[in-house]
Ligand binder design. Sequence first.
Ligand code: PLP
Ligand code: ZN
Length: 396
Amino acid sequence: MFSYLDHLECTQCGKTYPHTELQKTSPCCDKVLFARYDLPRLRRDLDRSVFASRPDNMWRFSELLPVLQPEYVLTLGEGGTPLLKAGNLAKKLGLRSLFIKEEGLNPTGTFKARGIAAAVSKAQELGVTGFTMPSAGNAAGAAATYCARAGLPVKVFMPKDAPLSNQKESVMAGSELNLVDGLIGDAGRIAVAVAEEQHLFDLSTLKEPYRAEGKKTMGLEIALQLGWKMPDAIIYPTGGGTGIIGMYKAFQELLQLGWIEGRQPKFIAVQPEGCQPIVRAFQEGKETSQAWANATTLADGLRVPHPFADYLILDAIRKTGGTALAVDDPSMVDAMYEIAASEGIIACPEGAATLVGLKRLLVDGFLSPDETIVLLNTGSGYKYLDLIQVSARNTA
Ligand SMILES: Cc1ncc(COP(=O)(O)O)c(C=O)c1O
Ligand SMILES: [Zn+2]
């Protein structure tokens, strides 16, 4: 059991690079580099049945993860989250088969733990000794904890109005917290400049190859949990889009390995009305997005005005026959109540947005009641309890 990583590949032009060197974006096109594995060899060597018997965390898929030597794996127990049947919501909505992938059970309470565990482990293996990390909030908290575990310093950069829970977890875990007067893009520019100046490695999502690999494990787990089947649709709250990109890649790899068959699920991106660059680009038939002006939403993780990997998100949505739609902030908060009251899941506003999207797509007829649908709850609502106290719902 260990990695079948083979090389890195530019997602724009296909040029390849060795994985033995530290890489950021592709030197040829300044686009996302993807990790590529020796899938034919893995297919010969391994039967998919081995995965079910391994410990239930994301490293059970180590052959399809980038870390070469087990001693570099940093873990806080990320992954292995339940795919919960949402029977009460399904009944209410007249659906046959609805699931919620409950990512709130990850270390630091969000799916960000997966990507950060993969990226920090791999960077450490390649000799990195310090990091910068721009983030809407949750990824910074995750980076702070994994870097603490690695015994390596990290300087995190987040918008000054990022959730206090994220600021506090970063400080607790000993990272250097920098609050930026701006949005994630501004935090990113500062983080890159500081990284260059101080010889640190910048962990911006999709600007290094391995955070997407960690997020890919959500797709691998969903397939395993459904008995090596893909659902018909996955509804995903989309900011930078790493989750969609990672899961689409996961299913591609599983199809190439012959471990699953059939069609990829329709990927459905939900964004807030106040920041919907992917929805706009999708509706206009564009291959890339334009920056969303004056981005504002209470779902901080979705306040990404100009996703770096927009072309990959849009490609995954279109190739799978998916769609993109925007929902308003109050409806997300209402959906937090509804998911908790119907299923006992305390979801984050981003995750709750997927229920709002689902309802709309059922009314529109885009999704049908006999499909197997997965909602991605990307994080725990326990990080957002202040939102519940100030919501309109309490005064209604
Ligand atoms: C809770 C939560 N959900 C969703 C997202 C968006 O994730 P992605 O970059 O994969 O689109 C974020 C990103 O910060 C987040 O914190
Ligand atoms: Zn290229």
